[in-house]
Ligand binder design. Sequence first.
Ligand SMILES: Cc1cc2nc3c(=O)[nH]c(=O)nc-3n(C[C@H](O)[C@H](O)[C@H](O)COP(=O)(O)OP(=O)(O)OC[C@H]3O[C@@H](n4cnc5c(N)ncnc54)[C@H](O)[C@@H]3O)c2cc1C
Length: 390
Amino acid sequence: MDFKFSEEQEKFRQGVRDFLEEELRQGLWEPSCDAWIMGHDPEFTKRVAEKGWIGLTWPKEHGGQGRSFVDRLILTEEMLRYGAPAACHWFADRQIGGAIVHYGTDEQKKELLPLILRGEAYVGLGMSEPDAGSDLASLKTRATEDGDYFIIDGQKTWTSGGSHMNWIYLVARTDPDAPKHRGISEFFFETSLPGVTVQHIVDITGGVHFNEVFFDSVRVPKKCLIGEKNRGFYQVLNQLDYERSGMERLMANYPLFEALIQYTKETKRNGKPLSDEPIIRSKLAQLKIELEIGRLHMYRVAAVMDEGRAPNWESSMSKAYGTAFEQRLASSAIEILGLYGQLSPGSKWVPMRGMAYHSYLSSKGYSLQAGSSEVLKNILALRKLELPTQ
Ligand SMILES: Cc1cc2nc3c(=O)[nH]c(=O)nc-3n(C[C@H](O)[C@H](O)[C@H](O)COP(=O)(O)OP(=O)(O)OC[C@H]3O[C@@H](n4cnc5c(N)ncnc54)[C@H](O)[C@@H]3O)c2cc1C
């Protein structure tokens, strides 16, 4: 077992860092927590696309670079370390492009992949519904065949993609008479189609990164069906493994961690820097231990993907671990800041641009999004520990 990165990988990481450092030097954006899902910046996405950093792992014949998932993880780790505003292309790059490479027709690959590679598809993930979250197979949104079209009726909720979303990856029921897992299909289409209404949801931090999306007799051409009709649920299961595999479940609040270390060095309480306090030193050291363990989990998942296997229990384990770490990081930051931790980003006294406040409030949702920790532990119990099904 070799835990080292290759020379080429180290060079690639440095290249990503140089690019991001230069962006910061030019003052193009500020590092922020959760920027992978909340930092919608089309211009940044365009610059990333120009570097060829979207579709890194796709085959070369589809415009990708045929690089490894470990290479891609290096890229995303650095994007998260710097808190770069990558939300416009994140979902398309992470899972939708890959799904089209895997399940799409030649025509879809020719039409849709270049759009993603250019960083022009700001994709929302239309899975959850008001009565279908963990149990996605009970979704009710219907897609009914009508000549060359499917007519879509229903509602999605918590559709990340913010106010920039212009495409949606939708899961809908195409056979209401089949057993619930077997009558579902996937679609990919523009949200500008008549009958689609996107309503932004303001979250607990005051940010807008997810939406409610309503479909009222939306006529979607049949060419928008991705993969096999009625096999969508099984396709989604595979995509979810990829959704759970990324470094964002561990590093999305790295800018807070770094700022917190700096803060404890610079801030004095009772005439002494906070970093002199044994309990604070111990807390920060503990977080560092956990962060490094988390990185190993994440790189293991990428290595599994490079072996050509779908990371199933591995990505469940790393996601459950990563979000628990992020919750502990947010709680530790609030404890260390004391009453200052309760100040919102708008306050002139708020430390660290309000990152602790943001992360603490957001962290409640981390163990829900992309599969709740309870559900992920069930997967682990079943697939790795081989406990009997309930
Ligand atoms: C920040 C954020 C972003 C999101 N983005 C998207 C998005 O882009 N697209 C999208 O489609 N959805 C998105 N979601 C929704 C997310 O996928 C759902 O919240 C998640 O699947 C859980 O579903 P639910 O909220 O309906 O909760 P429920 O499924 O109702 O679960 C409620 C509670 O019951 C527990 N539970 C449920 N089933 C089991 C079980 N079998 N065993 C043990 N415990 C169980 C859960 O762990 C949870 O604690 C997002 C959510 C968040 C918080």
